[in-house]
Design a protein around this ligand. Structure first.
Ligand SMILES: C[S@@+](CC[C@H](N)C(=O)[O-])C[C@H]1O[C@@H](n2cnc3c(N)ncnc32)[C@H](O)[C@@H]1O
Length: 204
């Protein structure tokens, strides 16, 4: 089957401010895509951007996220999209059979707010033939795994990729896996590792 993992720059961060004259609230947004993958503004404590993509700002458009999901529905049997809790809304109504899994990152760093962000959702669309309990190993919809500190914002740990591919019922050697946003290459590397392991197991 054709599987895809999409880990795009996350949608903008919206917040409510009360600093306007008269104390009225206003909604402001901050581009995550330009902060981490473009030439956008960064706080003086922010690390250097992970990498540079000339069209990173495309992902400030919520419609681009919706279109990404529609493209995945069109082209793949099963897929997953990584996003933020506040970014889920950008995808709009999900297919009825989609699920939201939760990656818990115990080492998530405090931001500017009082609540520390320690989880990220993954929208998962398991191929129809692999949804029943009888079709394969059971997979929890929660993963607890530390976010890697490799100097690449948004990089996923290998456990994350194995968890997502297990949820999709990945059959190494029989399925293809497209890493739509390679970034540091960690997702593709973990998928390759699963294939190599399965191949070695088969040979022994
Ligand atoms: C969240 S990161 C992917 C991280 C990756 N999964 C990993 O584990 O390292 C998103 C990637 O999308 C790239 N990107 C930004 N804008 C893009 C665009 N318009 N088209 C394709 N890729 C883009 C960024 O440069 C970055 O490498």
């Amino acid at each position: 089957m054709r599987l895809a993992i999409a880990d795009p720059p996350y949608p903008p961060l919206y917040s409510e401010r009360f600093d306007a004259a008269g104390g009225e609230s206003r909604i402001v947004s901050r581009s995550r895509s330009l902060r981490w993958y473009g030439d956008g503004s960064r706080g003086h404590k922010d690390p250097a951007p992970a990498d540079f993509h000339p069209e990173a700002s495309k992902w400030d458009d919520l419609g681009a996220h919706r279109q990404l999901m529609l493209d995945l529905i069109d082209k793949y049997d099963g897929w997953a999209i990584a996003t933020t809790p506040d970014g889920l809304g950008a995808y709009g109504a999900l297919p009825v059979s989609a699920r939201i899994m939760s990656w818990v990152r115990p080492n998530g760093m405090p931001g500017g707010g009082r609540l520390i962000s320690r989880w990220e959702p993954v929208i998962v669309f398991v191929p129809e033939a692999r949804r029943a309990r009888s079709t394969g190993m059971l997979v929890s919809d929660v993963l607890v795994a530390a976010a890697p500190r490799i100097g690449f914002a948004g990089a996923k740990p290998p456990e994350w990729t194995r968890w997502v591919l297990d949820a999709l019922g990945y059959a190494p050697g029989a399925d293809s896996v497209t890493d739509v946003f390679p970034g540091s290459g960690s997702v593709a590397a973990a998928a390759d590792g699963m294939l190599a392991f399965a191949t070695a197991e088969g040979a022994s």
